[in-house]
Design a protein around this ligand. Structure first.
Ligand code: ARG
Length: 497
């Protein structure tokens, strides 16, 4: 392959804009700039320098890491730079530039951990990783390990700091940077560079820009710009880079179709969907059931409080309802799962929540706020006269509520309750961010290894649809069951009604 110089635009004034996807929570390769207005990092500087050489204006677009390859496949972006390791599996779905950085994986553990030194020691341990990364793929291979996948390496490391996992498998330069430069405390690296990896710029397969970017890369390697950028972000001399990543040498497409995890054939995706989505659906159903149960209990108590005569109690409950309805559930989840443990550690207490309780608490607190309003509305829609009639019969308020009001109110709140239930089924997908392998996250995990985003997410959507449709039917049935008029009709007691 020889390089054709004619495709390099001669005048720098005619910059062509070039859309580059990146997952920007991977310091020092890509991260938000200090003033938050753009991005900075080794990869960013590198791309800009290459762009300068070849007349491309790099326009960066932030995307989740596991979304980069699908975005290249759909040509939504022109290239992706994100500390992406050149692997033969990825080479089936996207193209790569020549290697621009030598990295490798490192194992990070808590500072006082003396048990883990290498990959063998990770057998059967709880490990956090970033979804779709080579770290995740390497961790998958460890026997009996419990893997928790996060959207960013930073969240995986936070999980380690909070003591909820025993190790993180992540790119060595990133973990080291977090410890040395970003003040990550209580964590150390054991077994630095346990694998050898090379980063490349990813492009759509057969993109005509591959040669151009390679040309730009060779130019900056030759003229010293690369070294300058390297030394801005890392100490010492840059590694000598090969022309082609060793991982791409001697592989053919047929090497990978037999492995269902890396397979790009539709058969293996189907197998994965059949294996994994039902598991995810069970987690989704469990989360929904637990949260609606606690939400209903909490919501009822709040509703009773809201209609009571107790002024202070009423005000406190109002604030509660407004807070949980008025702030995004995702933020609430992050406060409970990542925020509270960090806060407690700050004041010298070791306290953290496991994933399941954290998810159920966040979902239930939120649902309770919505249900409280629904239940209150239901109770208040029952004619006041009934309270008075019951009082005249000598019943107290609690008896009246339990025996007379609630049975009627419950029928009225069933339709909005059904709505809330369906919303909750869908909202459980938010807990994927804390590494919960529910339905949506199972889908993401399949995409991370197969890169078949369309098929997989459609399949995930269909499973949600089945769950929500079944719930709708369930609630319709319940409504009929609870409707005295309908019941009598059913039994043929009310012919003319
Ligand atoms: N080098 C690893 C990989 O390619 C991790 C890259 C993660 N990059 C990021 N920007 N989060 O899988």
């Amino acid at each position: 392959m020889t390089f054709n110089p004619f495709i390099v635009p001669s005048a720098k004034s005619q910059l062509i804009s070039f859309k580059v996807g990146t997952e920007p929570t991977f310091p020092p390769f890509e991260m938000p700039s200090e003033d938050g207005s753009g991005l900075q990092g080794f990869d960013i500087d590198l791309m800009k320098a290459i762009g300068n050489e070849v007349g491309l204006e790099m326009v960066f677009e932030s995307l989740p890491f596991d979304g980069l390859i699908p975005a290249l496949q759909s040509n939504t972006i022109d290239a992706a730079v994100s500390g992406i390791t050149i692997t033969a599996e990825r080479g089936q779905s996207v193209g790569f530039s020549s290697p621009y950085f030598k990295a490798g994986l490192a194992i990070a553990v808590q500072e006082n951990n003396t048990k883990i030194d290498n990959f063998e020691d990770l057998t059967g341990r709880k490990i956090a990783v970033q979804i779709g990364t080579t770290g995740a793929m390497e961790a998958e291979k460890i026997p009996n390990a419990q893997i928790v996948a996060f959207d960013s390496a930073v969240l995986a490391l936070q999980e380690l700091v909070n003591g909820k996992v025993e190790a993180v498998v992540n790119d060595a330069p990133v973990t080291l940077f977090a410890i040395k430069n970003a003040g990550l405390r209580g964590v150390k690296v054991v077994g630095e560079l346990v694998t050898e990896e090379f980063y490349g710029i990813a492009l759509p397969i057969n993109s005509e820009k591959t040669m151009l970017l390679n040309y730009g890369l060779f130019q900056i390697l030759r003229n010293g710009t690369y070294k300058q950028i390297y030394q801005k972000w890392f100490a010492g001399e840059p590694f000598i880079l090969p022309l082609i990543a060793p991982s791409l040498i001697g592989t053919t497409s047929s090497d990978f179709t037999t492995n269902p995890l890396s397979g790009s054939g539709s058969q293996s995706v189907l197998t994965l969907l059949i294996q994994r989505l039902p598991q995810g659906a069970v987690v989704t159903i469990t989360l929904t059931a637990l949260s609606i149960f606690f939400g209903l209990m909490g919501g009822s108590f709040i509703a009773f409080g809201l209609i009571s005569d107790h002024k202070i109690l009423k005000n406190i409950l109002r604030i509660y309802v407004e807070f949980f309805r008025g702030t995004p559930m995702l933020v609430q989840l992050f406060i409970i799962y990542f925020g509270l443990p960090a806060f407690f550690q700050g004041i010298g207490l070791q306290w953290s929540l496991q994933r399941l309780p954290a998810a159920v608490i966040a979902l239930s607190l939120n649902v309770a706020a919505y249900l409280a309003e629904i239940i209150r509305g239901g109770i208040q829609s029952i004619d006041k006269g009934q309270w008075e009639a019951c009082e005249a019969l000598g019943m107290n308020r609690l008896q009246t509520l339990k025996e007379v009001i609630m049975p009627q109110a419950f029928r009225r709140i069933l339709p909005p309750l059904g709505n809330e239930f369906i919303t909750l089924i869908k909202d459980t997908s938010l807990v994927a961010v804390i590494g919960f392998a529910e339905l949506f996250r199972q889908g993401q995990l399949i995409v991370a290894t197969t890169f078949q985003a369309f098929q997989v997410y459609i399949a995930v959507a269909l499973v949600y649809l089945v769950l929500t449709t079944l719930s709708s039917f369930g609630f319709k049935w319940l409504e009929q069951k609870m409707d005295p008029v309908g019941q009598k009709k059913e039994k043929g007691l009310l012919r003319n009604a």
